[in-house]
Design a protein around this ligand. Sequence first.
Ligand code: ADP
Ligand code: ZN
Ligand code: MG
Length: 475
Amino acid sequence: MDYEAVIGLETHVQLKTKSKMWCGCANEFGAPPNTNVCPVCLGLPGVLPVANEEALRLTVLAGYLLNCTVAPYAKFDRKNYFYPDMPKNYQITQYDRPSTLDGLVEFETNGSIARVRITRAHLEEDVGKNFHFEHNSGIDFNRAGVPLMEIVSEPDLTSPQMAYDYLNALKDILIHGAVSDCDMEKGMVRCDVNVSVRPVGQKELGAKIEIKNMNSFSGVRHALEYEIQRQIDVLKSGGGLTQETRRWDDAAGITESMRTKEYAHDYRYFTEPDLMPFSPSEAWLAEVRSRIVELPLARKRRFINQYQLPASDADTFVNDVPLGDYFESIAASAKSPKAVANWLINNLRAQLAEMHSTLAGLKFPPHFILDLIDLVDSGKISSKIAQDVFAEMFATGAAPSQIVERKGLGQVSDTGTIEKYCEDIIAAHPKTVADYQAGKAAALNFLKGQVLKLSKGKANPNLVGDILQRKLKGE
Ligand code: ADP
Ligand code: ZN
Ligand code: MG
């Protein structure tokens, strides 16, 4: 019998706010332990939370970007459990009335477009972080109360690779929308992985296994590969599976049981009495909608269609938004947007990286790129010389035509001069000439290269080829 996997992800993302969710402490990674704390986020008696409005906005914005419905009425609830990294002994979250629900994420996987439904995206708060040392343990509460959004997917994912691609797409969307920096190194994205298997063709879902608190996407893929096979093996050998929570041991490459799954009633949810329900006004929502950006996949498709770029170039301009915007500002009036893309991706980006500089610091105006391309297209300079002109333009901000003129870089198309170069090279390389005449076609390229070198790259390469061939045939 064949089995198939069913996967649903609960992804937690730290929101890009200046301050925490219920107090004014900084939402900042890397500060010395327990320096960004106050009575509110330490859960001291008598304090009251005040909701961070920017976090509410970012959650709704994320809802729009994930094609969710934004709830006209949302509220907060207490999820009660006892754990040292959570000083209040309850987490404030959204239980039955989340801010956004019923969404859809489209993304590329395995060469085509996949769609995963989003159950909900709701707002909650992060917890502190436990540290275990040799002789004692400590807790850093800097992270406690950081705004955290949870995005719950429907069980629409069918393979480890698809889950991996979904997570990356989700991350790209949230970075583009400035909802979160999604810095994995800083633990800004963590997810709980739910997975079951069932015989192919069966409608009912199998017992759900949840793998808690994964903090790398490749870890998720790896854990799923292991766990799916483990479940199939159990069923094939006649065993049964029950709902449980497991932990991924990255070093050993296995999952191991933590506990049988808790149920909602274990958390004794009730409405948070210290916070008002949230019914956004139309004006408030309109303000959030003004922050909606083009989604990465839509941008990619547009760059491919509008500018006839290959997918790899479009990907570059999706991942590097400022470079993509710069490209668009030039490409609109370019004869060949692809030529512009080549200069930006192969030259400009490399130079900027090398000089640790940004587009804002460029010394030349964008249209100089078009001027440079024109010089090549019209045969004034060779594409090799154009590289040098670009470097000079980048360094000084001078116009390409001026650089060419000042340095005498114009391409030599004067046949008399080129003939002389060819004769010199033919005379200097009798053996290569003999090779060519004996039928070794590649010898021509060598001679051509020598002529170009002799001309310091200025001879028109097409003319050089023609003239060489003519002379070698003794014409
Ligand atoms: P719980 O109430 O246990 O948290 P939910 O129904 O809220 O479970 O689902 C949590 C996550 O698990 C969602 O992402 C959902 O898509 C996924 N999920 C639910 N049932 C299954 C299943 N049988 N196999 C795989 N994933 C599942
Ligand atoms: Zn605080
Ligand atoms: Mg759940």
